[in-house]
Each structure stands twice: as structure tokens, then as C-alpha cells.
Design a protein around this ligand. Sequence first.
Ligand SMILES: [Zn+2]
Length: 213
Amino acid sequence: MIRLFKGAAPEILTRKGEDWTRELLAAVEAGDAERIKVATRRYNHPEVKDALKDETKGKCAYCEAKVTDVAHGDIEHVTPKSVERMRTFDWENLTFSCQLCNQNKSDKAGILDPYTEEPSEHIFFAGAFAKGKTPDGARTVLELKLNRIPLIESRNREIERYADQIEKVFLIKDDRTKELLIRGILEDLNTGQPEFVAACLAVVMQYQPKQVA
Ligand SMILES: [Zn+2]
């Protein structure tokens, strides 16, 4: 998980958000389960999903797997809509996640919010394994199952790829070229675009020369 930043709300949500909320509340008032279901699903609009995908670079906001390569991905409510129905169409409460993280999170509370917290203060990586370093971090790792086998395998693959690149850079004689190449790798990770940035950054940082005091 890495820190994410909210972009501008898509036009459809700005224009329709209030109407949709009213429609949903009326359905709740009427106690009509089918109407509630239909009204709730209004957030699932292509414009909303595209804007969220831009924000997360097409990755799951929680596990950082590239969702769009293998599945459609889900619009995810950071605060579950079952907990705060009024926030069903609240742009600030929406993100994009893979189906598994979405299912694992379900309506659980106390999961780290990558938009308001710096995840690296709560979760660290020991190789491909995510570990909690605060109670919130530990809860997030356990509840979202951030060490499920396919994730470990994919993280390992990416970590190895970066480690290989850096070890090849070490064989270059010219120090300036070496420094530029390593800086390039770090800049690439810091764009947030690659998969599993948090785990890969932790490994890449291990290769930084020790600062002599
Ligand atoms: Zn995920």
C-alpha cells in the first residue's frame, strides 16, 4: 500500500451525487430492498471508475496489484457504505481495488486509509512479506490478507527484477552513470506507477550506499 491523493471529482458525481443520495434515502425510508439495491449501485458508473483508476494508476489501492491486467476491479468505499450510507456517493470516500481486497475488507472497520494515512508508517516489508508495525497496520495486513500466496509470488517477481537491475548497475565502472541509473529506478518507483512500489522501494533502498557521518 502506498499513499494516494484524491483527484478532482468526475462531473457525473458532482452533477448527480445529491440526487442519487436522495433516491437512496427514499428507498431506505420505503424499506424497499430492490430499490435500495438499484439506488446504491448508481456509484458504479464508468466515469467514476475511470477517474478512480487514474488516481490509483490502475492498481488496487490496498495490495498494489495491477487490477486492469486481469480483471475489471471494483469501486471501493473506504468507509463501508453499510456503515455510512450517506457516503455512498461521496467522492472522498471512493477508491479502486481488486476484487479480493474488496471482498476481504467487506464492512470491516479500522483498515488503513491510504488517502489520509502514510501507509509506510504502519506497514513495512520484509522481502515480499507485508508486516504491521502498528495495530492498524497489523489489522490491515491480516484482514485484507496482504500476504496471500499469489501476491507474495508477484511481489517476489518484481523485487527480483529491481534487485537484478541494481546489481547490474553495480558492475558499471563510471560512478556518475551508476548514480544516474539508480536515481532513475527510484524516480520510476516514486511515480507510483509500477506494481508493488512499497515492497520494491524497501528493497531498492537497501542498496543505497551508507552515508558516512
Ligand atoms: Zn488488492
